[in-house]
Design a protein around this ligand. Structure first.
Ligand SMILES: [Zn+2]
Ligand SMILES: [Zn+2]
Length: 340
């Protein structure tokens, strides 16, 4: 079978591999649509704990082809989404109900073979059934949506509040959609690119502003009658954005650090401001127990509004370039063509 591998040294190649054999507790999958995301770029840049050579792809929608003898939840023909984490089960975090903090976790597409291949084997426990009517392109959005759902769980937003989301990549778009549905009175998107500001409005933002506009700070203040925003989300992953986010945070606000910043990035904070404004700063990592909920939500959020770019396995370098330059809202690789 053909597979897309990160082979080390910032290099991605299309390679030939043997078709994997499912064990008794595994399922053999035909990946239909696999999202490309910033994590893949981090892996290729060497910022991430992957072990090359590794088949990429952790945002997977697939068809079940074969099931091991000991499986019981899925059958051949089922449409599934892959929850891309295997936790160790024996560390303090796993044993305390917070497995996403497990330092020994392994992820298909990062440490284990991922979905950018004509076939993929995963344990049955990672293959979550989707509504069979789910378009595979949306099925591949369940994983990033599950991360956004965990972000919203962390924020626990109180309805009737104001929220500002910095960055309208796919993650920002999903967060805007969820915040709108969580009953926010005002959802403001902050994004430099016009095409992405349009996406924010389609996903339910009231206003989408360019932070480089001269009147930006005044407009942000006016939108909350000078109070600032109760919830501020960095969906970019950058100290520069977090500085802007802090500037528009209300007294008592919560700042959610959602985007994945580079490991060397540093954010200068004022302890006095955190004290005096009683700010909360929250991290949010992965998707603990949110993948099922995301699978059940994915058809309800108007995600067909996203402009998707699709590429074959052989076009993976074009797919990575499209992901990097943001020419479409979300990039997907279709490892088995588009004739589903
Ligand atoms: Zn991802
Ligand atoms: Zn663990």
């Amino acid at each position: 079978m053909k597979a897309v591998q990160y082979v080390g040294d910032h290099t991605v190649e299309v390679v030939e591999l043997p078709i994997p054999e499912p064990g008794p507790a595994d399922v053999l999958l035909e990946p239909l649509a696999v999202g490309v995301c910033g994590t893949d770029q981090h892996i290729i840049e060497g910022d991430y704990t992957s072990r090359p050579p590794i088949t990429l792809g952790h945002e997977v929608c697939a068809r079940v082809l074969e099931v091991g003898a000991a499986t019981r939840s899925v059958r051949p023909g089922d449409l599934v989404t892959v929850e891309p984490h295997i936790y160790c089960g024996v560390c303090v975090h796993c044993q305390s109900g917070r497995p996403h903090l497990c330092p020994e976790r392994q992820a298909p597409g990062v440490h284990l073979p991922g979905g950018m291949a004509e076939r993929m084997v995963v344990p049955e426990t990672l293959a979550y059934r989707l509504d069979p009517a789910t378009p595979p392109l949306l099925g591949a959005l369940v994983e990033p949506l599950a991360c956004a759902v965990h972000g919203i769980d962390r924020l626990a937003p109180v309805s009737g509040s104001s929220a500002a989301v910095f960055g309208v990549g796919p993650a920002g778009a999903l967060l805007i959609s969820l915040l709108r549905r969580a009953g926010m009175s005002t959802v403001v998107a902050v994004e430099m690119r016009e095409q992405r500001r349009d996406l924010a409005l389609r996903m339910g933002a009231d206003v989408a502003l360019d932070p480089t506009d001269a009147g930006f700070a005044d407009t942000m203040a006016e939108l909350t009658r000078g109070d600032g925003f109760r919830y501020v989300v960095d969906a970019v992953g950058s100290s520069k954005v977090l500085a802007q986010a802090t500037a528009v945070a209300a007294r008592g606000a919560t700042i959610l650090v959602f985007g994945v910043a580079r490991p060397g990035d540093r954010w200068e904070v004022s302890p006095n401001e955190i004290y005096a404004k009683e700010l909360s700063v929250l991290g949010t990592a992965l998707n603990p127990f949110t993948h099922r909920r995301a699978a059940d939500l994915v058809n309800t959020l108007g995600l067909d509004q996203l402009h998707l770019g699709t590429f074959g396995l052989d076009e993976v370098h074009d797919a990575l370039a499209a992901q990097a330059d943001g020419r479409v809202d979300k990039v997907l690789v279709l490892p088995n063509g588009s004739s589903w």
